[in-house]
Design a protein around this ligand. Structure first.
Ligand code: TRP
Length: 334
């Protein structure tokens, strides 16, 4: 709790081009709930080096993501938007928490198993302790709530376990965070294979709508979206392609699936796909315009980066001092 407001922490990695799935499933949610909390929205670049990155490309992507947070509607005066690597406290706390996390716990993390299988030539220790760094992110700011996707729930549970373990030894040091799962239906699937999540790393460019796609590409991708031969617009699991398009339409318009079905049930798939495509274009257009405008304003973005890194550091240092004292590190002589 800060100034009577609950604290919210979340972060995203700057790997790959962000998709409509990232926007509707995460970023849009962040903006909607931002006003109710004191927020920390980090570009978690330290997590990204668990996989090899090209330095120039990586730096560019990180800045683009930070800019996108603002373009999506997060006011950087009210929301602490910053790079994880600019606050050394993340690494410091992660080290301490490493000593309160068991190998067995980390061995159970399904994301580690998946990633290790995918990057068999680079199963580094950072990949293994990734969830501990994530716990440090959250606990460093004494976050009460953490908006995450379902795929991060296991990591959040671990974070809670670590925090409780630490508190049970040293007293009330950390706030125990709660997950904030966004509204259901915001999980956006691939346009080419609706059984798979829309992913920024999909090799098929037609499977994902990228946030910076131009209107023509967006419409073209929706026209090509894989559906079925039922020739009837219904919201049900047996028609995953149509269901996904309805989910996208509802996430963009705020309508319920029932309302959307009523709107389209008497028409064909072609018209429906076009309507969804046009809706997405109209949602992304203002985002893209804001993003282009902000990207040109180097000084402004630099200022945001500087001010918010200072702000984040201030809160991080407060928690770290407390932790160091509790575990018995010698006092600093000033
Ligand atoms: N691991 C998260 C993901 O890949 C990103 C992340 C890092 C995060 N630290 C966090 C999310 C802290 C929420 C809170 O999606």
């Amino acid at each position: 709790m800060l100034n009577g407001e609950k604290i919210l922490f979340s972060g995203m990695q700057a790997t790959g081009n962000l998709t409509l799935g990232n926007y509707l499933g995460a970023l849009k949610n962040w903006v909607q709930i931002a006003d109710e909390y004191t927020t920390f929205y980090s570009v978690v670049d330290m997590h990204s080096i668990t996989v090899r990155q090209d330095p120039a490309e990586f730096r560019k992507r990180a800045r683009n993501l930070l800019t996108l947070y603002i373009a999506a509607g997060l006011d950087p005066e009210k929301n602490c938007i910053y790079y994880q690597s600019h606050v050394s406290g993340h690494a410091e706390l992660a080290w301490v928490l490493n000593c309160f996390t068991y190998m067995g716990e980390l061995n159970r993390m399904t994301q580690f198993k998946d990633k290790a299988a995918k990057h068999a030539d680079n199963i580094n220790a950072g990949l293994f302790t990734y969830p501990v760094l994530m716990a440090a992110d959250i606990l460093l700011y004494q976050a009460d709530v953490v908006p995450v996707g379902i795929d991060q729930m296991q990591h959040l549970e671990l974070c809670r376990d670590i925090a409780q373990r630490f508190n049970s030894i040293y007293g009330d040091v950390f706030t125990i965070p709660e997950a904030y799962l966004g509204k259901s239906g915001a999980k956006i699937m691939s346009l080419q294979d609706p059984s798979k999540k829309m992913s920024k790393s999909d090799e098929n460019v037609n499977a994902s709508i990228y946030l910076m796609d131009d209107p023509d590409s967006i419409i073209r991708k929706f026209k090509r979206a894989v559906t079925d031969s039922e020739a009837h617009i219904c919201y049900r699991d047996e028609q995953p392609g149509i269901k996904n398009l309805l989910d996208i339409y509802c996430a963009c318009t705020g309508k319920t699936p029932d309302e959307a079905v009523k709107e389209f049930e008497n028409g064909g798939y072609g018209d429906f796909k076009l309507a969804v495509g046009e809706t997405v274009v109209s949602v992304l257009r203002p985002l893209q315009e804001k993003y282009q405008e902000l990207s040109k304003n180097k000084d402004y973005i630099d200022q945001v980066i500087k001010n918010n890194a200072e702000k984040a550091n201030y809160y991080a240092t407060k928690t770290l001092r407390k932790v160091h004292k509790k575990i018995g590190f010698p006092e600093r002589i000033r």
